[in-house]
Design a protein around this ligand. Structure first.
Ligand code: BES
Ligand code: MN
Ligand code: ZN
Length: 490
């Protein structure tokens, strides 16, 4: 997709798209843009009434400056949110593809809540992300995405906004694309190679720590979880150091279990295929790092991705095992399906020790309990720091990647106390499963501001997922836009 910002209506556009609101008469709104549509055509089509998500296609005579006009409803003026334009643009873009168009144009609407800049970002994100299709393994590929021209008075700033939004959307799409890979095609080693490729292309430092060295250097969590699979564990590290030389970095950590069978504590068969998405946290970190380097964000940012496959087998770790984590603390394993916290604990401690970061943010499809608590449209947030939480909430508001904070006090910490080790890898029964998992992670961090995002419900589309045009079936890339917004506003 090529995105172009233009200050006038492109003479040869195949489809001119106009947003409408409910309050103003359709014909009046069209007149404002000098759209010469035959009132009778307009009549026969019916007034779409500006209803949210409704589309109306008006064919115009071929000798007109555009082949057709597409009306797109934004709903009631006062009910327009920061997600409305993103969502409706998705509808428009999908229509453009359905009509097999080569290009289309959208007029940026004047709205109360969105300044022109953010409307442009939302149009770009909505169009790009809704045209994404995972067809890597299909003979028949999706038709090429139509090109988009955004019609708005041109300025350097607007052009930059559009370009930035494009890179961000591409970051989210990159994340979706690798997260959607099937587990036979995407092992920890595959992820390491993908990371290496983006590092090379964008001049990031790339490091990978493999099985023997992980064991030697005391990564007891990653080693234990990874030992049951012949696809060996990897700890993948990307460094983007574009900030002042001695400035402490932001560290991003992402769980990448390329397949989670549960291990010896085997999961039931139903929907087990979905556990290919247990690598989504790691994929989010890789997508962010790709975008961060393309945007040349002037900060020091480190991405750390512990990756394993959690399999049952003769060499698997077992319930009853006591392992030693990277920070020296011991953990009693009571369920090998609570594996994410073990690999994350190692990665978090390593990140803190190695980089003394300003802040650590981790992403993980960590607990089914998070889906019970918050559903499939809101991610769980657990943090030890007010300011970091506030910043993330602001970014969440702007990006409509929704998060909700859960508490973590000493009582929850006590729930993972073990009789025989420093802690155990599950809580008490199923009580507060998301928080007891976070409590385990908190033990891996000494003093750094930290935020944990449990993305179990939001990382891919599930039965209860709210339909969003820009999140087609499969991985959603949740967290990429959220954290890029956070980083850009630091
Ligand atoms: N990857 C799963 C969590 C998960 C399950 C995410 C379903 C999305 C959908 C995680 O490794 C896991 O299995 N967690 C267990 C923890 C339990 C054993 C304490 C869970 O949630 O059941
Ligand atoms: Mn598990
Ligand atoms: Zn898991």
């Amino acid at each position: 997709m090529i995105i172009k910002v233009d200050n006038k209506i492109n003479k040869k556009t195949q489809m001119l798209c106009v947003f409408l609101v409910e309050e103003t008469k359709q014909l009046l709104q069209l007149k404002k843009y000098n759209i010469n549509s035959d009132p009778s055509v307009n009549q026969s089509l019916g007034d779409i009434g500006g209803k949210l998500g409704k589309l109306g296609l008006i064919p115009t005579p071929k000798n007109n400056q555009f082949d057709r006009v597409l009306l797109a409803g934004l709903g009631k003026k006062d009910e327009i949110t920061r997600d409305t334009i993103r969502f409706v643009t998705g509808k428009i873009a999908q229509k453009a593809r359905e009509l097999k168009l080569k290009e289309f144009s959208i007029i940026v609407p004047p709205t109360s809540i969105n300044e022109p800049g953010s409307a442009v970002s939302q149009i770009v994100e909505g169009a790009k992300m809704s045209l994404y299709k995972f067809d890597t393994f299909k003979k028949e590929k999706a038709t090429e995405s139509p090109k988009l021209t955004i019609i708005i008075p041109e300025s350097e700033e607007i052009k930059k906004t559009a370009r930035t939004a494009e890179i961000i959307a591409e970051g989210a799409i990159f994340t979706k694309n690798i997260a959607n890979l099937p587990p036979n095609e995407c092992t920890p080693n595959t992820l390491a190679n993908i990371a290496k490729t983006i590092a090379k292309k964008n001049k990031m430092k790339y490091t990978v720590i493999s099985k023997q060295e992980l064991k030697k250097r005391g990564f007891g969590g990653i080693t234990a979880v990874g030992q049951g699979s012949k696809n060996e564990p990897k700890l993948i590290i990307l460094e983007h150091m574009h900030g002042p030389k001695n400035e402490k970095p932001i560290v991003l950590v992402g769980k990448a279990v390329t397949f989670d069978t549960g291990g010896i504590s085997l999961k039931p068969g139903e929907k087990m295929d979905e556990m290919k998405f247990d690598k989504c946290g790691g994929c989010t970190v890789l997508g962010i790092m790709k975008a961060v380097s393309e945007l040349k964000i002037p900060l020091n940012i480190v991405g750390i991705v512990p990756s394993v496959e959690n399999m049952p087998g003769g060499e698997s770790y077992r319930p009853g095992d006591i392992i030693k984590l990277y920070n020296g603390k011991t953990a009693e394993i009571l369920n090998t399906d609570a594996e994410g916290r073990l690999i994350l604990a190692d990665a978090l401690s390593y990140g803190e020790k190695q980089y003394s970061p300003k802040a650590i943010i981790d992403f993980a499809t960590l607990t089914g309990a998070c889906i019970i608590a918050l559903g499939t449209n809101v991610a769980g947030l657990v943090s030890n720091n007010k300011q970091l939480t506030e910043k993330l909430n602001e970014s969440s508001e702007r990006t409509t990647e929704e998060i909700w904070q859960l508490p973590l006090n000493q009582d929850y910490m006590d729930m993972i106390k073990s009789d025989v080790a420093d802690m155990k890898n599950i809580g008490i029964g199923r009580a507060a499963g998301t928080i007891t998992a976070a409590a385990f992670l908190k033990n891996a961090i000494e003093k750094t501001p930290w935020a944990h995002l449990d993305i179990a419900g939001v990382a891919w589309t599930q039965i209860a997922t709210k339909e969003k045009t820009y999140n087609p079936k499969g991985a959603t890339g949740f967290g990429v836009r959220l954290v890029l917004d956070y980083l850009q506003n630091l």
